[in-house]
Design a protein around this ligand. Structure first.
Ligand code: SF4
Length: 374
């Protein structure tokens, strides 16, 4: 039994505090993806500057119970004390979900760390999401390191048995939809269908990239893929989403992908954004933002420099209020993680998701995840 997401139903009406944290734990990475926000950083391979365990503990203690903590980087599994970081949030924030994205390069390390987290955080759903952008060499080229694809397969094979051992474990895959791989995404979808994963997400390349050409994608092709996935979900002919609440997640993904397509094509706001209210982002060096839009203009606080890691205090500051007002005036983007909470906690759209979920058939499959408890 894992901590129930239903604890956060009142947030649909009252958005008084953060329930979703994106926590960058390191900027260190063993890949060189051209679509990474941190690629410009000269100290790409040094841990120097990453928040200490003590600073992270202060962040955790300043927050209440959390729905979702998404760790980010860099490669999160390169941070040696990742299990201790997860345990700190587990103890202080009782998160329903902890999410660990990975480039899948170091299977042994990812396996050992994941198992330690699963053992010590049994009441949280622990999701490891492997990045697969293409099959074979193209994926390794996109990630800038030889044999990355083969290593991702090893990581999947190493983690797969944990699904039978830990009811709170989820395996997932993400594919970046970028100019370099957009013609190969169908192949990736077919490949991943054979894996025991609970979700396969598509993320449009976004942000301030060194080579903005990566974001220059064919949106009609994106539409074709998301329409196909939606059709499969509606017919029940979909091998994933086999977990408690899977139909709600599937309905949300259908609506979310349609909304992301519209946002990108029309270049405008589709729904209010709750960044800075229920969602917050903390960078590896302790800067607080409403979201991953990491420009100076959006920075709420440099918590390390300003001597306090009390997130709730910063979110009620004048600066935070000004930023939230700017967001309310029609800020838009295609960031999938934020789109998810913006949909689920919007009263009108959450009702639409629920009615959409009731019309979906149950996905077939061998392993439903543990049922959450209150
Ligand atoms: S719309 Fe996007 S960029 Fe704007 S605040 Fe929300 S998440 Fe950030």
């Amino acid at each position: 039994m894992t901590y129930s997401p239903l604890r956060f139903l009142p947030t649909i009406l009252k958005k008084s505090r953060p329930i979703h944290l994106v926590m960058f734990v390191t900027k260190v990475c063993n890949a060189r993806c051209p679509f990474c926000f941190y690629l410009e950083d000269a100290n790409f391979s040094l841990e120097e500057g990453d928040m200490s365990m003590e600073e992270i503990t202060q962040v955790s203690k300043s927050l209440g119970t959390m729905l979702w903590i998404a760790f980010s980087g860099g490669e999160v599994f390169l941070r040696k004390d990742l299990p201790q970081i997860a345990q700190t949030f587990y103890k202080n924030n009782k998160p329903s979900i902890m999410f660990f994205p990975t480039n899948g390069i170091q299977a042994d390390r990812i396996l050992a760390t994941t198992e330690e987290i699963l053992k010590t955080c049994p009441k949280t759903a622990v999701t490891v999401k492997i990045s697969i952008d293409a099959i074979g060499d193209l994926h390794s080229q996109m990630r800038g390191v030889k044999n990355t694809f083969e290593n991702c397969v090893k990581t999947y094979e190493a983690l797969n048995p944990l699904l039978d051992k830990y009811p709170n474990f989820d395996l997932a895959v993400n594919t970046v939809f970028a100019q370099a791989n957009q013609d190969h995404v169908a192949e990736v979808i077919e490949y991943v269908r054979k894996w025991r994963v609970t979700t396969h997400t598509l993320s449009l390349a976004r942000g301030d990239l060194k080579n903005p050409e990566w974001k220059n994608v064919n949106m009609e092709l994106y539409r074709k893929h998301v329409d196909r996935l939606a059709k499969e979900m509606r017919s029940g002919d979909h091998p994933i989403y086999r977990f408690w609440g899977g139909r709600i997640k599937a309905a949300q993904d259908i609506i979310q992908r349609e909304m992301i397509y519209k946002t990108a094509v029309e270049g405008r706001w589709q729904t209010p954004c709750y960044a800075g209210r229920i969602n917050v982002t903390v960078t590896h060096d302790g800067k607080l933002y409403p979201c991953e839009e990491l420009s100076e203009d959006f920075r709420i606080a440099d918590m390390r420099k300003e001597g306090s890691f009390d997130i709730q205090k910063w979110l009620h500051s004048d600066r935070a209020n000004q930023i939230k007002q700017r967001i309310d005036n029609g800020c838009f983007c295609t960031h999938e993680c934020y789109a998810m909470t913006n949909l689920l906690f919007n009263p009108k759209l959450s009702a639409k998701i629920l009615s959409g979920a009731m019309k979906l058939p149950k996905a077939k499959g061998p392993r439903p995840a543990a049922k959450p408890t209150a």
